[in-house]
Design a protein around this ligand. Structure first.
Ligand code: BGC
Ligand code: BGC
Length: 685
């Protein structure tokens, strides 16, 4: 240790060596002390830089969107001249070639430039949206999107995914993840429904907390900072239109939308991203009621509040509540935004902040507070001690977790209808798979994969498609064929039609009718008209509404959500019966877009066996229920217990039990915090 410290010192410049004895450099001191010391040495410009986040596309190539090599001229303007404290890769902003080691080299180069041009040696934070694995990088396993993970009702799985994702991120120098999403998914028409955990606040809370624990750990060298997004009410935009105003009664906000954020904060999330839309007519980025009163004073948050993409400026340009960009900056800082995801024009933002401080419109103390929070995050993550990553280790770390992704996809799949056709092992010797989505991984990967709106046409990442998975799983003596369309006289016992939605993100993924693309519906229709038994596999980020003439004729309906790169393995295992499905809907499946009634109720999900459950009893904070497997094959039962009190149902306990045929077991589940004492309990059968 001694020897290493000496060598490190000897390599530093005299100025840097002097710095190394300063209190902020001393990793044994408390973070607050280091922040105070560092702030006392910084200029106003340097502090404002910490409040500024720029997209790396701005530092690449020749213009704003050109993904060429890093451009030293722009690195100088952003990192040296404006002292910018954090960078991000927005969806799709990757180095060319998009490999794990190129990512590590890119973040190392940016970090080195920042450190060498920072008087006080302040490292940068690097942010990205790793919302289902390290999804911007080719070669990373892609996990199911949150909606599918919610159907597993298994927070331990989400925690493990958090561990794997953080390790992959950190190995490429990404230290700040804009995840997990903590929005409640109340409207399936909304384009970001698949990024949510459905509409059960208690389930979302458990999943968000698990993700934060997994990713942040104890802030070791394999952990990253998490972001709870998007605070708050973003999940209920009117008409299911992304970023539309949300009308939410205060009681509903507190009982439904806040719990996932509260749970994430309790788990220690270091940052919160602001809702891009407005709540009851007030843009969240301008709302002191939300960002200061609720988040800071009521919930006790002490970390970093970051704006969403360009949203400070949008107070002027979109919401039109600010008369000028200067006013917009003032409003956002006053409301409680600490960091602006600018994301292109650094100086445009910093110059306004400086001007606002100089004119007294924003107090200097507000700058110290915001910059101090960012610095605290850097200290917690150990960035002053370990600013760089070892690029040679990036590929192995990024590639890890494929089996975990397959396990998660298997546990998510929710069987919605089955007339006995499934599993195929018995009934279908000759299976015909139909539909281009069975061999193109884009639909199963979904949005936020390699590209922002899904994997671009000219890119590829290792994935197992449904067709790949079926071929690999094919039992002896069974036959399998693929066709793009339904042949006029199919030579098959069963037709498996793989349908779904093209990959999309945010507003482009809004789907006001909840319909599938018409070509997918046509495919299903021709399949059922062929007179064969038809199983539909859905690759979609929401419940879809199928026309009655199609839906009522299906022998089997399998909801696979957006299962990720290993989706094909998981789907094949369920179809051939190697996996007995145990996923249950984390939302109510509506019968129509107008939310007229339920097609499948919350918690619905079939199995290849049958279970019975006793009426639950509650004693000393635990819920007891006796579960029996009354069928002929082994299966996992996901137990969901609700409590009813004061005219309200809340999820009171949930957990899983695996039972052999004929086996009975008493299951003991911890009662979720907040379950009213006077509740009456029932399980969802
Ligand atoms: C999204 C955020 C995301 C950010 C950075 C925004 O458009 O709303 O969820 O974190 O972009 O990519
Ligand atoms: C970026 C995304 C961002 C979006 C916001 C895109 O160009 O790549 O990360 O969320 O813009 O509109």
């Amino acid at each position: 240790m001694m020897r290493r410290a000496f060598i490190t010192l000897a390599l530093l410049s005299p100025a840097a060596a002097a710095q190394s004895t300063l209190p902020y450099r001393d990793a044994t001191l408390p973070v607050e002390r280091r922040v105070q010391d560092l702030l006392s040495r910084m200029t106003l410009q340097e502090k404002v830089g910490q409040m500024t986040q720029i997209d790396t596309a701005r530092l690449m190539g020749r213009d704003e969107w050109d993904r060429g090599p890093l451009n030293p001229e722009w690195m100088k303007r952003v990192l040296a001249d404006q002292h910018v404290g954090s960078l991000l890769s927005g969806g799709g902003v990757a180095p060319i070639p998009n490999t794990p080691s190129a990512w590590a080299e890119m973040t190392n180069t940016l970090q080195r430039f920042a450190l060498e041009h920072s008087r006080l040696g302040i490292p940068i934070l690097y942010g990205a949206d790793a919302v289902h694995g390290h999804n911007n990088v080719v070669g990373a396993p892609i996990f199911p999107h949150n909606l599918g993970l919610a159907a597993t009702f298994d927070p331990s799985l989400v925690e493990s995914i958090g561990v794997v994702t953080a390790n992959a991120l950190r190995a490429t120098g990404v230290t700040w993840n804009f995840a997990p999403d903590a929005d409640l998914g109340v409207d399936p028409r909304w384009g970001r429904f698949y990024e949510t955990w459905g509409d059960l606040p208690e389930l979302a809370a458990a999943m968000v907390a698990a993700s934060v624990r997994g990713q942040q750990g104890d802030f070791g060298p394999q952990n990253v900072a998490t972001t709870l997004k998007h605070f708050v009410g973003y999940g209920a935009p009117q008409g299911g239109k992304d970023r539309a105003d949300a009308i939410i009664a205060d009681a509903d906000l507190r009982s439904s939308h806040l719990p996932p954020f509260e749970a994430g904060l309790k788990a220690g999330a270091l940052s919160v991203m602001v809702n891009s839309g407005s709540v009851n007519g007030v843009p969240a980025h301008a709302s002191a009621a939300l960002l200061t009163k609720l988040l800071r004073q009521d919930l006790g948050f002490t970390g970093v509040t970051i704006s969403d993409w360009e949203d400070v400026k949008k107070l002027q340009t979109v919401h039109k509540v600010a008369a000028s960009y200067r006013d917009a900056v003032k409003m956002a800082l006053t409301a409680g935004v600490d960091v602006s995801m600018v994301p292109h024009d650094a100086e445009g933002f910093t110059s306004l902040v400086l001007d606002l401080v100089k004119s007294g419109d924003v107090p200097q103390a507000r700058i110290d507070e915001a910059a101090g929070r960012v610095l605290a995050m850097k200290f917690r993550l150990g960035l002053f001690e370990r600013p760089y990553v070892d690029a040679s280790g990036a590929a192995a770390a990024v590639g890890a977790g494929r089996d975990l992704a397959a396990k998660a996809a298997r546990a998510s799949i929710t069987l919605l209808a089955n007339d006995g056709v499934l599993p195929l092992g018995r009934s279908g010797r000759r299976v015909l798979i139909v539909g281009e989505r069975a061999r193109d991984p884009r639909s199963q990967l979904g949005g936020w994969t390699i590209g922002w709106q899904g994997m671009p046409a000219n890119e590829d990442t290792p994935s197992v498609t449904v067709l790949d998975g079926m071929k690999a799983t094919l039992p002896k003596g069974a036959a399998l064929a693929f066709s793009n369309d339904v042949p006029s006289a199919p030579n098959a016992d069963v037709i498996v039609v793989v349908v779904g939605e093209p990959p999309h993100a945010e507003g482009d993924a809004d789907n006001p009718t909840l319909g599938l693309p018409s070509s997918d519906v046509d495919l299903l229709r021709s399949a059922v008209r062929s007179g064969k038994k038809v199983v539909a596999v859905l690759l979609s980020g929401r419940p879809v509404v199928l026309p009655d003439d199609v839906r009522t004729k299906l022998s089997g309906l399998v909801m696979a959500y957006l299962p990720g790169s290993e989706g094909g393995r998981a789907i094949a295992d369920v179809l051939y019966g190697n996996t007995n499905p145990s996923g249950r809907l984390p939302f109510t499946w509506p019968s129509g877009a107008a939310r007229s009634g339920a097609m499948y109720s919350l918690g619905f999900g079939l199995s290849y066996t049958t279970f019975t459950e006793s009426t639950p009893t509650v004693d000393k904070g635990v819920l007891n229920v006796t579960v029996s497997n009354t069928g002929k094959i082994a299966g996992t039962r996901t137990v969901l217990a609700f409590g009813r009190a004061n005219n309200r149902d809340t999820l009171a306990a949930f957990g899983k039990v695996t039972l052999a045929p004929g086996e009975t077991r008493r299951v003991t589940l911890p009662l979720l915090a907040g379950t009213p004492a006077n509740s009456e309990y029932r399980t969802v059968r």
